[in-house]
Each structure stands twice: as structure tokens, then as C-alpha cells.
Write a protein that binds this ligand. Structure first.
Ligand code: NAD
Ligand code: IPM
Ligand code: MN
Length: 346
């Protein structure tokens, strides 16, 4: 029986990197004897243009019935004034799927320490998993729009903190056993709840894991000062959004970073970058983050660890052999880089 995967290419470079991820998934699945059935559905700005809604009911139904959802990227200047923006559709998708835990790994590959902006001796060995809470906080609080005054509300319930902290502690057990929980407990009430809930869960159930608390401003500094000193970083929705873009460039480019959003009925996989309007439609996007998101899909939704490893290894080998898109100082286009990955599968 075929496993159903819904693709939401979205906007800007979204369709380009989604096509790359699909090609790699198809080829890897063929080699591993896994039968996949892909369906594409309108989402984001493209869906506003086609149906007047960034997250049409038909797309929602297809996502909820799929085994996994893959998203390229959404948004762009064309829809910045829309009554319901593409980004609002993305939040609605995450909420509909119930994916509260967003895993964003970043690793500086051995020998690739000069791809990023940091001194190689600082970047060397960095291997971080950011666990970002994805369905709460400022993204989902009450909002008041206004030209004279506006309001965004941050709410967290203890259970929301506990369930995502659990994901971070479990992940740490399979890694180097350390969690840095990031908050702004010197100012925010939600952060004081976050810190207490994470500490108490740690004491009760994960005393074997080393837990430290770091204020978000200090973490922004420490990430570029000593990235190799962190293992798992656990944080709330907005801080995780910001810190994951910062972490991504340590490895070389935001175009390298994948993500998996878990904890709900259906897993959601997306590169962490946006629609990159400045390079869209020019075959310039780095598809590595999308391809690595497809590997996470194979791991977490299909349960095919061998296939996931295969894809990750092919990407690493391609980069190690000198295959580089423009964001990494190379000359390959999105399609040529994808080809370099396809050649190294299996
Ligand atoms: P962005 O991530 O789209 O781009 C930031 C910079 O990184 C740009 O210079 C871009 O060219 C570069 N970049 C991004 N992805 C790249 C890739 N794969 N290869 C090479 N270079 C890449 O962020 P932005 O410009 O702030 O946002 C553009 C739009 O995307 C906005 O509408 C925003 O809301 C949306 N956005 C969507 C998502 C998503 O769909 N998950 C994520 C972030 C931003
Ligand atoms: C991301 C993006 C989204 C977020 C936006 C587009 C809503 O920046 O996936 O990182 O902030 O979560
Ligand atoms: Mn982001």
C-alpha cells in the first residue's frame, strides 16, 4: 500500500525546493522499496490567488488524511496586505495538525567549518537540536490590530510547556544528555512558568539529563561565542523562531536547515527558511534544507530510518565533494545541486 504524502509547495522558492525534495524522496523510496503517493495542494499566497484563502478546506482535509505533510515556504510582498496572510495559513496548518514540537537541527559538518561566518575554531563541532514550541505563545494569543495601538498576547499553560520539554529531554537522552532551556524569566511571567515547569519535570522524570536555564538575550550571544557548547536547546515559539535562524548560518546558510514538527496527528516537514522572494524563480535556492526535511519525514512519519540516513549522507557527501549553491559561495543551481544529491543516494 502506498504511503500518502501531501506536498504544499507554496510561494517563492517553495515550489523549487519542494520539487527537489520530492525527486530525492522518490529516488530514495525506489531504492528502499517504499511505495509513496504524492499529492500537491494549494497553500499560502498561491492558494489566496487560486481560492481566496491561504489554507483552503480542501487542503486541510487532505493534510489531515495524509501520512505526512511537506511544506516548501509561504509568503511574499504580494500578499503582505492580504486580510488573511499566507503566514496566518501556516499557523492554522500547524494548529490543525497539532504539531507542538518543532525540531530544528543544526550541525557543522567536519571539514565544513569555513562555510559559515564564524572562525572555524569556534564553529567546529557545533551540533545543536533546537526544540521549539510551535502551537502556543505570541503566535496564538489574542491579537488586536491597530494603527494607534496594537496588542499581542503571550499565554502558556503548564501542560504546553511540559509536553514540549519532554520532547527535549527525550531527545537529549539519545544525544549528549544536555538541555539548555531558554526563556526571559527576568521579565516575562510566561517565562517564569516555563522555567518552573521545565525544572520540575526535569527533577521528577529526567534527573539523568543535565538542565541549565539561559536567558534568551544571553543565548543569542552564546550561540555565536561557543556554539559547540550546546546540545539540545528548548524554547518557546518566538524565541525558537529567532534563535533557529541565527543557529542555521553557523553551519553556512539558512538554506541548509531542515525541520520536523511533531506531536500531532500528522507530521509536518519544512525547511526553516522562507519564500526568499529575492532569489525566487531563478533556480538559485539551496534545496538542502528541504531535502533534509524530507529525510526527517522518512525518519519520523514513515519510520524508515535507513532511507533517512541515506538521504542525509547523500547531502553531506555532495557538499563535502564541493557541490555548492550560491549561498555557500558556489555556482550550482537548485536543480544541479539536487542532481548531485541524487547521484550519491544509496
Ligand atoms: P527568507 O528566509 O525567505 O530569506 C532570508 C534570506 O535568506 C534571503 O536573502 C534569502 O534569499 C535567503 N534564503 C532563504 N532561503 C534560502 C535558500 N533555500 N537558499 C538560499 N538562500 C536562501 O526570509 P524573509 O526574506 O524574511 O521572508 C520572506 C517571506 O517568507 C516572508 O513573507 C516571510 O513571512 C516568509 N517566511 C516563510 C516561512 C515559511 O514558510 N516557513 C519561513 C520564514 C519566512
Ligand atoms: C518559520 C517562519 C514562520 C514562523 C512564519 C512564516 C510564520 O518564520 O517557520 O520559521 O515564524 O514560525
Ligand atoms: Mn522563522
Amino acid at each position: 500500500m502506498s504511503r500518502r504524502i501531501v506536498l504544499l509547495p507554496g510561494d517563492g522558492v517553495g515550489p523549487e525546493v519542494t520539487a527537489a525534495a520530492r525527486l530525492v524522496l522518490e529516488e530514495a523510496a525506489r531504492r528502499h522499496d517504499v511505495a509513496l503517493a504524492f499529492e500537491e495542494h494549494p497553500f499560502g499566497g498561491a492558494a489566496i490567488d487560486a481560492a481566496g484563502d491561504p489554507f483552503p478546506d480542501e487542503t486541510r482535509a487532505a493534510c489531515l488524511q495524509a501520512e505526512a505533510v511537506f511544506l516548501g515556504a509561504v509568503g511574499g510582498p504580494k500578499w503582505d496586505g492580504a486580510p488573511r496572510r499566507p503566514e496566518a495559513g501556516l499557523l492554522a496548518l500547524r494548529e490543525a495538525l497539532g504539531v507542538f514540537a518543532n525540531l530544528r537541527p543544526m550541525r557543522v559538518l567536519p571539514g565544513m567549518e569555513t562555510l559559515g561566518p564564524l572562525k572555524p575554531e569556534i564553529a567546529r563541532g557545533a551540533d545543536i537540536l533546537i526544540v521549539r514550541e510551535l502551537t502556543g505563545g505570541a503566535y496564538f494569543g489574542r491579537r488586536e490590530e491597530g494603527r494607534a495601538r496594537a496588542r499581542d498576547e503571550i499565554v502558556y499553560a503548564r501542560e504546553e510547556v511540559e509536553r514540549v520539554a519532554r520532547v527535549a529531554f527525550e531527545a537529549a537522552r539519545g544525544r549528549r544528555g544536555r538541555v539548555a532551556s531558554v526563556d526571559k524569566a527576568n521579565v516575562l511571567a510566561t517565562s517564569r512558568l516555563w522555567r518552573a515547569a521545565a525544572s520540575e519535570l526535569h527533577e521528577r522524570e529526567y534527573p539523568d539529563v543535565a538542565l541549565e536555564h539561559v536567558l534568551v538575550d544571553a543565548m543569542a550571544m552564546k550561540l555565536v561565542l561557543a556554539p559547540a557548547s550546546f546540545d539540545v536547546i528548548l524554547t518557546e515559539n518566538m524565541f525558537g523562531d529567532i534563535l533557529s535562524d541565527e543557529a542555521s548560518v553557523i553551519a553556512g546558510s539558512i538554506g541548509l536547515s531542515p525541520s520536523a514538527s511533531l506531536g500531532g496527528a500528522v507530521g509536518l516537514y519544512e525547511p526553516i527558511h522562507g519564500s526568499a522572494p529575492d532569489i525566487a524563480g531563478q533556480d538559485k535556492a539551496n534545496p538542502a534544507g528541504a531535502i533534509l526535511s524530507a529525510a526527517m519525514l522518512a525518519r519520523f512519519s514513515l519510520g524508515t530510518e535507513h532511507m533517512a540516513r541515506d538521504i542525509e549522507q547523500a547531502v553531506e557527501e555532495a557538499i563535502a565533494s564541493g557541490a555548492r549553491t550560491a549561498d555557500l559561495g558556489g555556482t550550482l543551481g537548485c536543480r544541479a545541486f539536487t542532481q548531485a544529491v541524487l547521484e550519491r543516494l544509496g
